[in-house]
Ligand binder design. Structure first.
Ligand code: PEP
Ligand code: MN
Length: 264
């Protein structure tokens, strides 16, 4: 398989606007769950940059559990992200949910995000592969590691080598946290595959008090980076408020994960 270490022993490095993911060191991606307004995303982008982040995240097309919840600003949200990139130089990552929208989203973003709910949407994976853009592939809520790597295979098989995996927690019987961040998956995937692996402690735990400790744990387990949800006033975030951290907590997290990486 193209994703396997047998096929390619050396680590894959994905480059976005001069930043190298998987080349050693910790890549930090951060931003709001949803792009809310131009003012908000520019404010967050400046904080991400100032506090040591490398990539700005923000959802414009949102996979909400309820059809009555805010679904995102769509293309307008992508324009706001692009403006924030213009002002800070940070590359941007945003989710695409439909095969027919891959070309549109790819016009704006530096990295296409495939969400957990779409990990096995094979037509979407194929389109993302064809786009030639780097793809951040989140693990499905109930996907085995084997299924996750096979999903990556769909993208790689289109001739697109730039796949970044993201462990974001899986469904278990535990209800104290939103999901269970599967730290096992990080060293397991690093041994099976050459692809870079990020950890998403925000969706992995779902509660803001536990995001920073699990970010540290993910990096200690060998993750190539962390993706987290941040907001100037987390309680006012339009989606995923409970797991969103403020700038101060984010700054602390960046310092700590960098210290963990240096100790390895
Ligand atoms: C997100 O990143 O906001 C998101 C919806 O993530 P996931 O697909 O992992 O649930
Ligand atoms: Mn979210």
């Amino acid at each position: 398989a193209l994703a396997s270490r047998e096929y390619k022993p050396e680590d894959t490095v994905v480059e976005v606007r001069g930043h190298r993911i998987g080349a050693g060191g910790v890549t930090i991606m951060a931003g709001p769950c949803s792009v809310e307004s131009l003012e908000n995303i520019v404010d967050v982008a400046k904080a991400v940059k100032r506090l040591g982040g490398h990539v700005l995240r923000g959802g414009a097309f949102k996979p909400r559990s309820s059809p009555y919840s805010f679904q995102g600003h769509g293309e307008e949200g992508l324009k706001m992200m692009a403006a924030a990139r213009e002002m800070t130089g940070l590359p941007i990552v945003s989710e695409v949910m439909e095969p027919s929208l891959v070309d549109l989203v790819a016009e704006y973003v530096d990295i296409l995000q495939i969400g957990a709910r779409n990990m096995q949407n094979y037509p979407l994976l194929r389109e993302a592969g064809r786009s030639g853009k780097p793809v951040l592939l989140k693990r499905g809520l109930s996907a085995t590691i084997e299924e996750w790597l096979m999903a990556a295979e769909y993208i790689l098989a289109q001739g697109n080598p730039n796949v970044i995996l993201c462990e974001r927690g899986i469904r278990t019987y535990e209800t104290a946290t939103r999901n269970t961040l599967d730290l096992n998956a990080i060293p397991v995937v690093k041994s099976l595959s050459h692809l870079p692996v990020l950890v998403d402690p925000s969706h992995g735990v779902g509660k803001r008090a536990f995001v920073r400790p699990m970010a540290r744990a993910g990096v200690a387990a060998g993750a190539d980076g962390v993706i987290v949800e941040i907001h100037p006033v987390p309680d006012q975030a339009m989606s995923d408020a409970a797991q969103t951290i403020d700038y101060e907590e984010f700054g602390r997290m960046v310092q700590e994960v960098n210290r963990v990486a240096q100790a390895l």
